[in-house]
Design a protein around this ligand. Structure first.
Ligand SMILES: C[S@@+](CC[C@H](N)C(=O)[O-])C[C@H]1O[C@@H](n2cnc3c(N)ncnc32)[C@H](O)[C@@H]1O
Length: 267
């Protein structure tokens, strides 16, 4: 797999076809748009109405209902492609192909479900992919799972950040989830819960810098996690110039004395 990415839109029977492969001579700088949402998705035929797009990511094709009536997650976001491209590249790079094999993955704030669906389709060896979001996004997630015939590997359920849940997972995807100040602490609380009984849970977070206020999120996050830039991604030089980032989060271990103190001291 080379480290170039195609983006091209064509209309196919009223659907938009978006290619996000690796084998193209498309100029690198054109691959990641620096606006809030990606330009190729903005060119889809009826951005606010319910419509299907076809997304090509490497060897994987995903059909995707997009519909903004349930919230901003109902369309595709550029940070999602940062996450997907890295996951697919990493799984291929890993000579034993075991990076995602037999893993249970939780995708939080899934939106359309594109990230989880693409990774699940590309890596049939993973154990389970659970797509999660708020109630209004459930019909879209369920429809997109069915549209891609992934019911046996992929589930959809409600996970409101900050609320109790009992997910036990190996890997967490949080793609473009940092954008709402009121949700900063609930999002961190969910990540803390997911790593409380298993510090080995790997969290990947793709992020687009939009507002100065995001700085507060990272101050809060760094109280609990080491935020590690993913440096081995061949795409990094391209998307980082556009304010896009990919991080791995590692839960900080606490000194024994703090473990028996109130968790509120950590805030
Ligand atoms: C910008 S979209 C990103 C969607 C998708 N992860 C992607 O990268 O394309 C952010 C998502 O977070 C979800 N979200 C926002 N606040 C949330 C909360 N408090 N609990 C759960 N999900 C939330 C939204 O519904 C939306 O789907």
């Amino acid at each position: 797999m080379t480290s170039t990415t195609v983006q091209a839109d064509k209309l196919l029977n009223g659907s938009s076809l978006t290619l996000h492969g690796y084998d193209s001579d498309t100029p690198l700088a054109d691959r990641y748009d620096s606006s809030d949402s990606s330009s190729d998705r903005d060119r889809s035929p009826s951005p606010n109405g319910r419509h299907v797009t076809k997304e090509i990511l490497g060897d994987v094709e995903i059909a995707l209902w997009q519909d903004l009536s349930g919230g901003c997650g109902g369309k595709t976001w550029e940070a999602a492609y940062v996450m997907i491209n890295y996951m697919l590249w990493k799984q291929q790079e890993d000579l034993s192909h075991s990076f995602l094999d037999n893993k249970t993955i939780l995708d939080i704030g899934s939106g359309t479900g594109l990230v989880g669906l693409a990774v699940a389709k590309a890596c049939p060896s993973l154990a389970h992919m659970e797509l999660t979001d708020q109630i209004p996004m459930m019909p879209l997630l369920q429809d997109n799972i069915k549209l891609n015939y992934l019911e046996s590997k992929v589930g959809a359920s409600v996970l409101n950040w900050g609320e109790p849940h009992d997910h036990k997972v190996d890997i967490v995807f949080a793609s473009d989830c940092v954008y709402l100040e009121v949700a900063f602490q609930p999002l961190i609380d969910t990540l803390v819960t997911l790593t409380t009984n298993n510090k080995d849970v790997q969290i990947y977070m793709s992020y687009r810098k939009r507002r100065k206020a995001d700085k507060r999120f990272f101050i809060l996050l760094k109280k609990q996690f080491r935020v590690i830039d993913i440096l081995d991604d061949p795409e990094r030089p391209v998307y980082s110039r556009k304010g896009l980032h990919l991080y791995r989060l590692e839960r900080k271990t606490l000194p024994a004395i703090m473990k028996i103190s109130s968790p509120s001291l950590l805030r």
